[in-house]
Design a protein around this ligand. Structure first.
Ligand SMILES: [Zn+2]
Length: 427
């Protein structure tokens, strides 16, 4: 059974393994269709392109993408405030909107009448889910869209979803046990919480639970946490990367070579200052165009840094791949004059399998910056003092800045936390 789960699966094998040139010409057609639709039906895009001096015939295909301005979340929010609720990015009448989703910060998002986006379904198959699976969806069904998108995508692959949302850990463990749930979707922290709850209830994880595959996202998954969960449950844990407005942007297949970009998004990696493509293989900001017929996102900046590659993968997918997400452009922060990037902090912590979760907090005492790594350990240990000392030494070595380590009880750092929290005030 375990080996059967490691089979290489596809949502649409023909599309996912299509040769590069055919893919390009197919993407080109879909891009032009989306661009024209947005240009003709969305007030916001019309205004944006007008003021950039771009007319419809100027854009002849993907080769002209770089001519279009990059859309930043701040711009979208600004337009939504002036033109409540959707800012004029919508391309359909309001009676063709099924739900209004609410993203953190009261950012509105129209849910299409019929959910047609296949990017998450492609990811579900890619990570190893199959028709007939019973999948626990522990993402939050209140207000935010992600749980609904995944819910609809589970249907697309012919599997069954159990819509549990977050919380109720005791009940969720019981549900997994009684329904022989074999799939999980949620954050890495939450699956770990469920595992610990199940252990606390005296369950034998391998005998009493039937979990085989987990889709995790919305938080960083360290390799140590991945192998810890995989070992405890003899299951496969795979990451997805995406956003509410863009859909799935990348997912790991069974071979874990990087993040495969789904067939129905266009991913560019650009210089955040100019919006122009970086050299192949170089680091830049991820900018995405999707084909959403209700709320198309054209060149939307994610704020995340990565590298795009065309390396081949043993699974046979021929599309582009993102190397791992290297951090947020807006989270790099200067501490006593030196830039500290989230991925550098990850590099320090990745050496410690004992660490469950961490956050970097920057404060100011008198006239000096103080950097503190707040750290939760997987379990209480008498070695915590030694671990603390070692991490402090590695911070100095890797970040070239002095930092303190504070070990806190499990549950102190909230889910979906910022990796680097800058608490300095400048008056
Ligand atoms: Zn692959």
């Amino acid at each position: 059974m375990e080996n059967a789960k490691k089979e290489n699966r596809f949502f649409d094998r023909a599309r996912e393994t299509i040769d590069w040139e055919e893919r390009e010409s197919d993407l080109n057609i879909r891009f032009l269709k989306t661009f024209e639709h947005a240009f003709c039906h969305s007030k916001a895009y019309q205004e944006m392109y007008d003021s950039a001096g771009i007319a419809l015939p100027d854009i002849k295909g993907l080769e002209d993408l770089e001519k279009l301005p990059v859309l930043r979340m701040e711009d979208l929010v600004e337009r939504q405030k002036k033109d409540v609720p959707f800012g004029g990015f919508e391309t359909v009448d309001h009676d063709k909107i099924r739900r209004i989703y609410i993203n953190p910060g009261l950012i509105w998002q129209p849910g299409e009448w019929e959910f047609l986006d296949t990017s998450w379904a492609e990811a579900l198959c890619g990570i190893g889910f199959d028709a007939g699976d019973r999948i626990l969806n522990t993402f939050n069904y209140h207000m935010w869209p992600i749980a609904f998108m995944l819910d609809s995508s589970v249907k697309m692959i012919g599997a069954t979803v159990i819509p549990t949302g977050v919380g109720n850990t005791l009940m969720q463990v019981k549900i997994m046990q009684l329904l022989k749930v074999n799939g999980f979707m949620g954050t890495p922290s939450f699956i770990m919480t469920l595992i610990q709850r199940a252990e606390g209830m005296g369950l034998d994880l391998k005998r009493d639970l039937s979990l085989e595959t987990a889709l995790v996202g919305a938080e960083m998954l360290s390799e140590s946490l991945r192998s810890r969960i995989e070992d405890k449950l003899k299951m496969t844990v795979r990451q997805v990367y995406g956003t509410a407005f863009l859909g799935c942007i990348g997912y790991e297949c069974i071979h874990v070579t990087g993040l495969h970009v789904p067939d129905n998004v266009i991913v560019e990696v650009v210089d955040p200052n100019t919006g122009k493509h970086v050299q192949p293989g170089a680091t830049g900001e991820i900018v995405v165009t999707n084909f959403n017929p209700t709320y198309p996102m054209i060149r939307m900046a994610t704020g995340d840094l990565s590298m795009l590659t065309r390396e081949s993968c043993a699974c046979g997918r021929t599309g582009p791949m993102l190397k791992k997400i290297l951090g947020r452009i807006d989270q790099a922060t200067k501490v006593t004059g030196t830039f500290v990037h989230p991925w550098q902090a990850d590099e320090v912590i990745s050496r410690y399998p004992e660490v469950f979760k961490y956050q970097v907090v920057i404060t100011r005492e008198e006239y000096e910056d103080v950097m503190t790594f707040i750290v939760e350990l997987v379990e209480d240990t008498t070695r915590s003092e030694m671990i603390r000392g070692r991490i402090e030494r590695d911070i100095k070595d890797i970040l070239a800045v002095k930092g303190a380590v504070q070990i806190v009880p499990r549950g102190t750092i909230p889910d979906l936390h910022k990796k680097i929290e800058d608490k300095r005030t400048w008056e």
